[in-house]
Design a protein around this ligand. Sequence first.
Ligand code: ASP
Ligand code: MG
Length: 423
Amino acid sequence: MALIVHKYGGTSMGSTERIRNVAKRVSKWVRAGHQLVVVPSAMSGETNRLLGLAKELMPEALSTEARRELDMIASTGEQVSVGLLALALQAEGTPAVSYTGWQVPVRTDSAYTKARIAAIDDARIRGDLAAGRVVIVTGFQGIDELGHVTTLGRGGSDTSAVAVAAAMKADECLIYTDVDGVYTTDPRIVPEARRLATISFEEMLEMASLGSKVLQIRSVEFAGKYRVPLRVLSSFTPWDIPLDEEARSGTLITFEEDEKMEQAVVSGIAFSRDEAKITLVGVPDRPGVAFQILGPVAEANIDVDVIIQNVSHDGRTDFSFTVPRGDYARVAEVLKTQVLPGMEGTQMTGDPKICKVSIVGIGMKSHAGVAARMFRSLSEERINIQMISTSEIKTSVVIDEKYMELAVRTLHRAFELESAPAA
Ligand code: ASP
Ligand code: MG
């Protein structure tokens, strides 16, 4: 008997018919003798619908008070899901009970719309499992110290599932989704993209943080920190395929580099469309200035990604950085009200239509010239690179949004990702 966490995405929960399928699949695991905790997302489109309603009443919810209400609204999608799934399981004859984040409780900080999980009390869940029930826990939501409902950021149900798996020391966390694993890149852009049977945790972390939407980044961080065995697999296989076949499908996120069977220099191409660039022109070049600019941005809980500061001329320099596009208006507001008043002669410009394209691979650690090959391929397509950032296992470029698909296809070909590497 194993303790298994299943996570089902919005598409898998998209209709009562599909929910019934999830219930049949979960029941199959229960019949095989396993204890199951299930974490579903809201039905597909539901979170967008809810946030759309909010937007009609307040186009830009910037204040903490307003963001609290966004969480109050958005969290309801998952509450409906868990109740429906519990009913579907009971209808199958499988005992089941559902809980919201605050009932568990899943404790988070108070950063509304992107809260972080601090702790999960698993006593209640364990009690139900011991009594032979499947426990269904809402994804995406928690409760802060003062009892306010919080949400974990878009795609946050992945993180809920992994956090539950970590808290309960589950044997495996299976993320059932509408793709059948992790691909070398998004097959909608490159039809020749291949599914990877395994990917290392480090690579997955980069892929997720660089825009691959298969898993929410925090879920990968969590899995790495607590060494949660994680698998991404399809929820569209027939529910009654043999369990051991299902348990081996998809992509396994591995921890042992040596275990990696596919030794390519570059494992995947990631991209992120939703980026924006801010440039401060004529910043005084003196100690503390980066902190002066980015301190208030961090204070506002806005993630800064690529940062560039140039050589100064006459004591002044240009300072550029990228932020998620959704935070563009907020970051401009923060700079205008809190930073620019203290920096005479500095001007702000911005470009919300940029994107980031990255090559990722642990093989890059031991191979020279990988970045150069990337730059050459892009130059052959006359794609201008605006910013570059690197780590041991990735190189990212910031480019004009209109070249994104071309860049992804070009790089996928340049690194021969369409053909499986020799074993
Ligand atoms: N329902 C939330 C969203 O759409 C969380 C999730 O699906 O993971 O972002
Ligand atoms: Mg998702």
